[in-house]
Design a protein around this ligand. Sequence first.
Ligand code: ADP
Ligand code: ADP
Ligand code: ZN
Ligand code: ZN
Length: 937
Amino acid sequence: MRDITQADPKKYIIIKGAKVHNLNNLSVAIPRNKLVVITGVSGSGKSSLAFDTLYAEGQRRYVGSLSSYARQFLGRISKPEVEYIKGIAPAIAIEQKVNTKNPRSTVGTSTEIYEYIKLLYARIGKTISPISGEEVKRDSVTDVVDYILNIAENTKAMIVCPLAIKNREIKKQLSVLLQQGFSRVLIDGKTERIDTIINTHHDKEKEIKIIIDRIVIKKDSDTESRIGDSVQTAFYEGKDYCEIISFEGEETISKKFSAHFEKDQIKFEEPSVNFFSFNNPYGACKKCEGYGSVVGIDENLVIPDKNKSIYEGAVACWRGEKMSKWKDLLIMNAMEFDFPIHRPYYDLSEQERDTLWKGNKYFNGLDDFFKHLEAKSYKIQYRVMLSRYRGKTTCPACKGTRLRKDASFVKINNKSITDIILMPVKESYQFFKKIALNEHDKEIAKRLLKEITNRLEFLTEVGLGYLTLNRLSSSLSGGESQRINLATSLGSNLVGSMYILDEPSIGLHPRDTYRLVKVLEKLRDLGNTVIVVEHEEEVIKAADEIIDIGPFAGTHGGNLVFQGTFDELKNDTENLTAKYLTKQIEIPLPEKRRRWNDFIEIKGCSENNLKNIDVKFPLNTMTLVTGVSGSGKTSLVKKILYPALKKIHGGYGEKTGKFDRLCGEYEKIAFVEMIDQNPIGKSSRSNPVTYIKAFDDIRELFAVQSLAKLRGYKPGFFSFNVPGGRCEECQGEGVVKIEMQFMADIYLTCEECNGKRFKEEVLEVEYKGKNIADVLEMTISDAILFFSKEKTAATREKRILQKLQSLEDVGMGYVKLGQSANTLSGGEAQRIKLAFFLSKGNTSKQGLFIFDEPTTGLHFHDINKLLKSFNSLISLGHSIIIIEHNPEVIKSADWIIDIGPNGGDEGGDIIFEGTPEDLLHNKNSFTAPFIKEKINN
Ligand code: ADP
Ligand code: ADP
Ligand code: ZN
Ligand code: ZN
């Protein structure tokens, strides 16, 4: 370990005496401009070091450099508890969570690519009239002068402009013109002297033009400046219109100019950045108001089963006695226009589908059908019927791009901004790379194009070439959004920064870990310090330096137990991480795989990229769904299996993904639970013990203490959710929120209760020498010791113990009882949910539990514990389905369903179904090679 007093702050980030959370007066010198991996068991203090110390201090100093508004809070932003930090650079954290803050965020906006594309289109986009296909341009005085000077010398010409006829009499207007010094007008093409015609009768229908000037074209500077002045006058008098009439030999040539932005009698909007902003009312699509979807007839509801042919009743709304006459008409006449009524809907061509919807002279299509229903919607049964087929559909006006329609008139190299954001990233990358521009535009676009192509290239590089820029961020899988954040950081080309990442390998198949490592190395090679909290072996191997925090969790952790290279780590015989890496300790293979008879089968899955697959999920086993990122695991399990089963038991408003039908023993399942990584609560009011309902018992325990009884405190008095005993300044939160402009909100410790959340007098009530705030500060492990101190624990204490034990069993012993839900990681939240079900013990009802990457945040050591909890759930009679990439868990499966082979359109098939042993023989699975070494020795 490096001596921090000798380290040079130019080469190292030097931390002395860190005491944040469980950190045990930790000092460390972290090399700058290197790839550093921080590892250690869950709860050992990795995040406390990386995020709560390093990142927090980086941010704090950054705030100091900001506006005075932000600065006024600087003194109150709690400084991480640390003696000093030297050599720190501005800190950037790359989060692993999907950014759901802004529901309108897309791949394009979150990577800032859209920002640059908007600028590009606003600056060099050409507006093309959809009528003539010609460019729309505003004519300037120079344009007109240039035109005139291009006419052959000595040609006669007139500069004229329209006479805007006002309400007042023409005669009066003519006399004003006379006073202004004009002497001639054109009436229906004939030159007239104003003074001779002023007193004659004037037909209002006639077109009158003012002759501003008559010239003989000469290329000298005098004529030139006279022409310039006259054109300017013409534009002024003609309200931005003017006309040049030249007499070339026999011919009279007229050319009209307009300083308005118009063409083909249509006024166009001039491109600006806001014109392309769907977040702005000016740029948003008028039809969907910028949401990209509208409520309309949903094809998926009308044709729920695409395996059926028209004859078999594919069209759901044409079933039943009354409505089937619509279908019969089509079937009877289908011969006339060669319509394949016996072919499944999914096999119909684009054109045949179109016919089905639009109809023809032989039959009425679906569009007509729904118009008919609408026309009769005053009748309740028609209204009900209509509502059954209505759903959110892509907005037809903007094709889901949320932009006003005329935004797509603006083009660069024949492509509009909507074309760009609807194409896969790998195509738009090629488009911008090969773009052809004139010198003028090239100069303007140079920097923007570099920013755009850089970012698109990085997205392609991290394997996301199949996404479109229009894709909603909220619909991305965890792995996808993680890599987007990484690509964005690379694209921003910031140097000399400190990047801190939290388990970037989450959601990534081991096959792709090397790519991630390459990107991390690139970020470092740009001149940044890259600090990664990670458990994945491949990433640990790639580190320039490994920092191991431990040895265990919570109060038993918080020390620097190792610092050095991978080889050095392997030789450290004491180190727990090393013991797993060198296989001194191993997660054992299960003694035997569970066999199964019962299963649930889902047929015809075709949500997103799934290729119409039939999948069997065995019951009473641990089944793993594997495959590379974007292969379709989530689409299968979370979008189809979960909602389909949930709907059987009522409730679940969300749409079920596309599938055909459910078969097998699904009736044996009494309930289905998704144990996801969503927070167990968003506020600081929920915490592990409130979630598993242990806090109720703890509050009652305090309410029966003699001082509480004496003062008449009821259990509710010990709650921070209702007024009474809680601190009212912070309403029991312990912190107050300060909203900041341009950056994340800042939470400050409540000054009234010092973060203890309760009033002084409540804290006077003690149980075995501890008050309620003290108890909430204990870790689960410590609390178990505390409540079991007395051998003859009362039933209330026993209840508390039993619930706390289930948290301990899922490896959460290091967490504090009162630790706010919003400070728990996704993995921790997931394990607390698991604990809740384990604490319920034996029930007669069999459930199906679905987990999404439960090993997130887990060290090998913790995975061992987690697998034990899974086994106890199954022995209680439940079934488990897990989406996971971790080889340790995959090797422990009873059954594996491997989806692939690749991401996006190149995935969505079943590659393998069977036991881990059988997977080893599969040549097509990308998962097999990573299990091989785990099973073979
Ligand atoms: P790791 O990142 O290694 O999993 P953490 O740094 O998150 O570990 O946690 C180390 C210890 O600090 C744990 O005992 C944890 O419960 C505690 N801890 C983490 N965050 C907070 C917090 N916001 N408030 C109080 N204690 C915390
Ligand atoms: P996995 O869980 O295996 O990473 P997903 O099921 O999330 O994969 O995604 C499978 C494919 O479907 C990917 O190409 C993904 O981009 C696409 N996809 C997922 N959700 C949506 C959505 N809401 N809209 C459009 N495409 C989606
Ligand atoms: Zn729209
Ligand atoms: Zn308070």
